[in-house]
Write a protein of this length. Structure first.
Length: 76
């Protein structure tokens, strides 16, 4: 799947997308914003041990509602 297809799938499921692919998803987010398309959030991370990623995701998700994640980029 292309990055756009992955983001569109996440949108169809009303979910944020978590990725290590920072450069491509920053660009894709900018394209969506410029064209007025909406998404449920893109969460960016460097590659870390899975336990650390889960800990950071839980902390992020405890601070923000789903609505606050929409159309935004977030860094773990």
């Amino acid at each position: 799947m292309t990055d756009g297809q992955k983001l569109n799938y996440a949108i169809s499921q009303e979910r944020a997308l978590v990725t290590f692919n920072v450069a491509d998803y920053v660009k894709l987010n900018n394209e969506y914003t410029a064209s007025g398309k909406r998404h449920y959030g893109v969460i960016l991370s460097e590659q870390l041990p899975i336990g650390e990623i889960v800990r950071r995701l839980l902390r992020l998700l405890s601070k923000f509602t789903a609505g606050e994640l929409e159309n935004s980029l977030w860094w773990l």
